[in-house]
Each structure stands twice: as C-alpha cells, then as structure tokens.
Design a protein around this ligand. Structure first.
Ligand SMILES: Cc1ncc(COP(=O)(O)O)c(C=O)c1O
Length: 385
C-alpha cells in the first residue's frame, strides 16, 4: 500500500471530492501550526530535561501547569492556581476518566438536549442512564433541571457552557451561578466542557465555569485541540483539591504515571515562547471571517421559515427548520447536491430534534462556506414545497 503522507486517514475525511461537508467540526489542516510546534519542540529539547521522557508526576508536570495557569489567568481574566490543574489527553479522555472514577453502570447523568454528540458515545460506554434537559438561547433551562432533580439525582450534569456544540449559545452568568448552587445543594458534579471558551469573535462570553472551582462539585475541562492542535491529545481539568485527590489516586495513574508528560512539555514551550497566544489571535481572526461568510450567506439564501442565531464564537451555527422537515432524510438529498451537514437527532440523547441541523464554519475557507450555504439553502427550499 502506498501511503500519502499528506492525507489524513480518519473516518471523518472519507468524503467525496466535490462535496462541501458543513458537518465537519474540526479545524482545517491549513490552521495546524506545524512550524510553531517545531519551534516549541526545539526549545523544549534544548533544555536538556530528561524528565520529559520519564513517567510523569500524578497530577501532571508542575512547570507545564504553571505556564498554563499563567496563560489561562490572562485569557479568563481570573486567577488560575497551577495546583488546581490536572493534565489529561484531551476532553474526551477527561470525560471518560471522570465516568470511570465517579460513576457505576446504571447511574443517571444529565446532559443538555442537544449536546455534544460524541460525548453521548462516551456516556454509553459507561452504560449510564442519560437524561436530556431542554435549553434555550441562554443555555440549559435551570427550571427544567430543578424539576428533574425533584425526581432523580444525577451523578453529574454535563454541560458545554460556552459557544455550545451544537447550538453556539452561552449559558448565562446567572444560570452558571444557579447551576453551581444546585450542585452543592443536591450533591452532584458539574462537568463543564469549556473547549470553545477561548474562541470568542464578536462578544466575550460570561466567565468560564473554571471560576466556580472553589466549589468541590465543579470540574472545568479544557483542551488544546481547538486552540493549538487536536493531534497533541492534550487537555486539562481544573478543579478543587478534594476532587483532585480522586483524579490522582487510581489504578491508571498509579500504573502509568501522570498523563502525557512529553507533549505537555512541548506545549509548555509553546506557551512560554508566546506561540500559543499568537496562534489563538490568528485562529480568532480566521474563524471570525469564516463565521461571517457562512452566516451572511445563510441569511441571504435561506427562506424565512428557517431560523438561527448567529454565534459569537466557537465553531457552529444551529438551524431550526419547520417542524415537518426531518433532517436525517434531508441528508441523502443534500448529498446528491454535494453538500452535507450534521442532522439534529445526532445531538439528542432521545434522538428528537429532527427538524434541526448543525453547520460548522471551522473547516472550510470563505468561498466554500458561501457555496455550501447556497447549496444547502437550495436543498431546503426544494424540500419545503
Ligand atoms: C464540545 C466538545 N467537547 C470535546 C471535544 C473533543 O475534545 P478533545 O479533542 O480535547 O478530546 C469536542 C470536539 O469537537 C467538542 O466539540
């Protein structure tokens, strides 16, 4: 077999050449900072520090955490304590790890409906009973959470509070506070997946859930996947020392040591050299242009019966179609016209939301996004008559 070294081999990329797949929720390869990481690696290797190749400290490398805490404090405009950070191999692994440590098969967890579709797969691996709670433009509806809490207690509530996947909306500051208050009152954990928090383009979101980690119920999960490169498989959990104890005392950490000491040392250099901050500025400029291109084209091509809220950050625009449209069925029609999207039911634990769909503006450049939106609008219009 001849391997094309420039072709990414993952199932996500098996798309016909003419199709514009607005369902792809990842950065385009042109945005992956190879030169910056080569510079960071060179800096890292020149330190002559053999510990980066040894088993890592349980919580992660303190020097990495110190650099990361400095970066996050600046970005969040909050003081982040390096001792409250735990290194993960990304948010996906972080969610899986928390499920392993804090849940038993059959336990109940609450998620937003809709939620990040691939988190549902992780929760299913742990055989959890997943209950979806409704959202509006201000995120998870707290009244609905309170109603559900009167019936059953979850081990945790999983939320994507900022530039939510798939809706793009933010959990309001008041609701964040109320969620934390309820977690203390009812003794459940809050798993805040803050993967898009630093990707704000047109308006700043409320403070991250990391702000509330003085409560021993909150775990704020962050990742380098969307701000540097997903291939690094590097992320962090920011949490209270009481929860940190559980993250660092378990079979996986005892056997393998702290996670990812090698990659985290390179990321430390990327932060210390200012490369991470520079890359973030660059990404925000590019994604702002892409967001504008997609959303402007949607506005001028979609019929009035399709609604959406233009997001202020993140990767996604979420469309609501008239009730009778089933976007799973619309997908095969869209494929015939060389465009694709992620149907709404994928994001729902109860597989409703059939008249919704998610588009991403992260992967394609402006001209393709505009063309993709035109093709999609034409397919939708044909299916409305
Ligand atoms: C909400 C959300 N969480 C987590 C991830 C994956 O994060 P990681 O690459 O750090 O595992 C994604 C990627 O699309 C995402 O959208």
């Amino acid at each position: 077999m001849i391997i094309d070294k420039n072709k990414i081999v993952t199932s996500n990329f098996d798309i016909p050449a003419d199709r514009i797949d607005l369902g792809i929720g990842q950065p385009s390869t042109s945005l992956l900072p190879l030169a910056a990481l080569a510079q960071a690696a060179e800096h890292c290797f020149s330190q002559d520090n053999l510990y980066i190749l040894a088993y890592g400290a349980e919580q992660g490398n303190w020097y990495f955490h110190n650099a990361l805490a400095g970066f996050l404090s600046e970005q969040y405009k909050l003081s982040v304590d390096p001792d409250h950070l735990f290194t993960t191999t990304g948010i996906s692994q972080g969610i899986d790890f928390i499920c392993s440590l804090f849940t038993q098969p059959g336990d109940t967890v609450f998620v937003e409906n809709p939620t990040y579709s691939l988190a549902l797969g992780i929760l299913a691996d742990h055989r959890l009973n997943v209950v979806g709670l409704p959202m509006d433009e201000d995120g998870l509806i707290i009244g609905a959470l309170e109603e559900e809490l009167a019936h059953q207690k979850p081990v945790f509530v999983y939320t994507v509070p900022t530039f939510h996947n798939p809706t793009g909306c933010n959990l309001s500051a008041t609701r964040r506070e109320k969620l934390v208050e309820l977690s203390r009152e009812h003794n459940f954990l809050v798993l805040a997946d803050e993967v898009y928090h630093l990707l704000a383009y047109t308006a700043a979101p409320p403070s991250p859930m990391a702000k509330y980690t003085d409560a021993a119920t909150v775990l704020s999960l962050g990742s380098f996947s969307k701000i540097l490169a997903p291939g690094l498989r590097l992320g962090w959990i920011q949490t209270h020392p009481d929860l940190m104890k559980r993250l660092t005392t378990n079979g996986v950490i005892y056997s393998g040591g702290g996670l990812n000491p090698f990659t985290s040392a390179i990321a430390q250099s990327a932060i210390e050299l200012g490369l991470q901050a520079k890359q973030l500025v660059h990404l925000k400029e590019v994604y702002l242009q892409r967001k504008n291109a997609l959303n402007t084209s949607l506005k001028s091509n979609l019929p009035d019966s399709v609604s959406f809220v233009e997001p202020d950050g993140g990767f996604f625009t979420w469309l609501q179609l008239p009730q009778q449209v089933d976007t799973e069925k619309l997908l095969s029609e869209a494929h015939k016209h060389d465009v694709s999207f992620a149907p709404g039911s994928l994001f729902s634990p109860q597989r409703d939301l059939k008249n919704y769909l998610r588009l991403s503006f992260a992967y394609y450049e402006e001209a393709e996004l505009e063309e993709g939106a035109k093709r999609l609008a034409a397919v939708i219009i044909r299916n409305l008559v």
